[in-house]
Design a protein around this ligand. Structure first.
Ligand code: UD1
Ligand code: CA
Length: 430
């Protein structure tokens, strides 16, 4: 790989109206900046991220997931603007691709188009009905002559509908030469990266426009853009999965995290949400169920089931209104209305309606271990820590607060009594 990548992510992102840095807002479960880094990693082993606003927070977040990313701190006070962001950045390879951290929809194919060919600079351009806000690109005989920022445009330039999408592949030696020469003699008193185009043209260099899709290159600046980008990303994820054999009923109503993986024959009904790095293998997830960071194998869940992080279901049936958290269930049935947290349940066991693991005493969490072939009657409370051995029957309504040994019936029940004619005394004779 002979391409270096610089990702500009120093901007404040004011229009997001958020305390969280713009590039950390997520699309399909992954921060926007990570989408850009992942695209960059496909073509480069030398990636620099330029930071300024909330630099430490972003850096920590990136370092928790990636290795070998170089960070550069922009001196935004003295050198504001996209050109200022490149000041002091030095890359290893002969070509440098400059990306924006807020373009999560960029694909490897587009990056390859930008980095191919023999022009000294390739720059991304889009044709827009409404070019407002973008730098206008002046093209003559197939070559770019100049980029003029909107605030610096004359009347004629303002009408240009060819705009700068903000991504460039530049000969590194030229970049090293031009960046120190940038000035801030413009309407915004910023150092414009775009000015390197005019410098190159004046030097007799070639600058080629690479026409790219608006969908991929329109940056995310507001929560509205974020929602649009999410829709596009979701459509992409689901299309790829359906083509790979996942059945989806009404896919427009389904949400799938970009880190989720599928194997075998899986079916997702309408309204299903799959979060985190869930892995589904021959799984049937019924309507309006939520699966979070869990492994579901040869099992069915829902409708309206919720499987919370760290769970592992194998050969298991989970019915409606059942919540499972950080539990391992192997060959289990839990058909209705239950909470199973921090538990381990063995093959052939049945969890009745209304069964609750009392896994939290207000301070700490405790485990519930249930063996094989255990019949847990309806409305049982399992007060953890507790261990139930194989072949046990627990009567409905029992509060299990001590370990239960193999083969027994466990029952805790206040004797029931009846009061004659109570109804008529209370409501009167009719
Ligand atoms: C820039 C281009 C404009 C183009 C537009 C496309 C310049 C001068 N103008 O506009 O021609 O149409 O992108 O989106 O380059 N950033 C920094 N440091 C800064 C300023 C920005 O790192 O001081 C980063 C931002 O985080 C962002 C990217 O650079 O990722 C683009 O910044 P933005 O302010 O959106 O671009 P404009 O200057 O408006
Ligand atoms: Ca700006």
């Amino acid at each position: 790989m002979s391409i270096s990548v610089v990702i500009l992510a120093a901007g404040q992102g004011t229009r997001m109206k958020s305390a969280m840095p713009k590039v950390l807002h997520t699309i399909s479960g992954k921060p926007m900046l990570f989408h850009a880094i992942d695209a960059a990693k496909e073509i480069s082993d030398d990636i620099t991220v330029v930071l300024h606003h909330q630099a430490e927070r972003i850096r920590e977040e990136v370092e928790s997931t990636y290795e070998n990313i170089i960070f550069h701190r922009q001196d935004a006070k003295n050198f504001p603007g996209t050109g200022g962001a490149m000041k002091g950045v030095h890359t290893r390879h002969s070509r440098t691709l400059i990306l924006n951290g807020d373009m999560p929809l960029i694909t490897k194919t587009s990056l390859e188009a930008l980095t191919s060919g023999d022009a000294d600079i390739n720059m991304s351009v889009i044709e827009l009905e409404d070019p407002s806000g973008y730098g206008r690109v002046i093209i003559s005989e197939g070559n770019v002559i100049e980029i003029v920022e909107q605030k610096d445009c004359n009347e004629a330039q303002l009408c240009t509908q060819t705009v700068n999408a903000g991504i460039y592949a530049v000969d590194t030696a030229l970049l090293e030469r031009y960046i120190p020469q940038l000035d801030n003699d413009n309407a915004q008193a910023e150092y414009y990266l775009t000015d390197i185009v005019k410098m190159a043209v004046d030097d007799g260099r070639t600058v080629h426009p690479v026409y790219v899709s608006e969908e991929e290159f329109k940056g995310v600046n507001s929560k509205l853009d974020l929602a649009h980008a999410e829709e596009i990303m979701q459509r992409r994820i689901k299309k790829a999965l359906m083509l790979a054999g996942v059945t989806m009923r009404l896919p427009e109503t389904i949400y799938i995290d970009c880190r989720a993986t599928f194997e075998g024959e899986c079916e997702l009904e309408n309204g299903v949400r799959i979060e985190g790095a869930a892995h589904l293998f021959n799984a049937h997830i019924k309507a309006h169920s939520v699966i979070e960071d869990s492994h579901i194998e040869h099992s069915d869940v829902g409708p309206m089931g919720r499987i919370r992080p760290g769970s592992r279901l194998v050969n298991t049936h989970i019915g409606n209104f059942v919540e499972i958290k950080k539990s391992v269930l192997n060959g289990v049935k839990a058909g209705h209305l239950a909470y199973i947290g921090d538990a381990q349940i063995g093959e052939g066991s049945n969890i009745g309606a209304g069964v609750i693991t009392c896994n939290y005493d207000g301070k700490n969490k405790f485990k519930t271990i249930i063996g094989k072939n255990v019949f847990v009657g309806s409305d049982t409370q399992l007060v953890a820590p507790v261990c139930i051995e194989d072949d046990v029957m627990i009567a409905a309504g029992t509060t299990v607060n001590k370990n239960v040994e193999k083969g027994v019936l466990a029952i805790s029940r206040t004797p029931m009594r009846t009061v004659k004619n109570f109804f008529y005394k209370f409501f009167g004779d009719k």
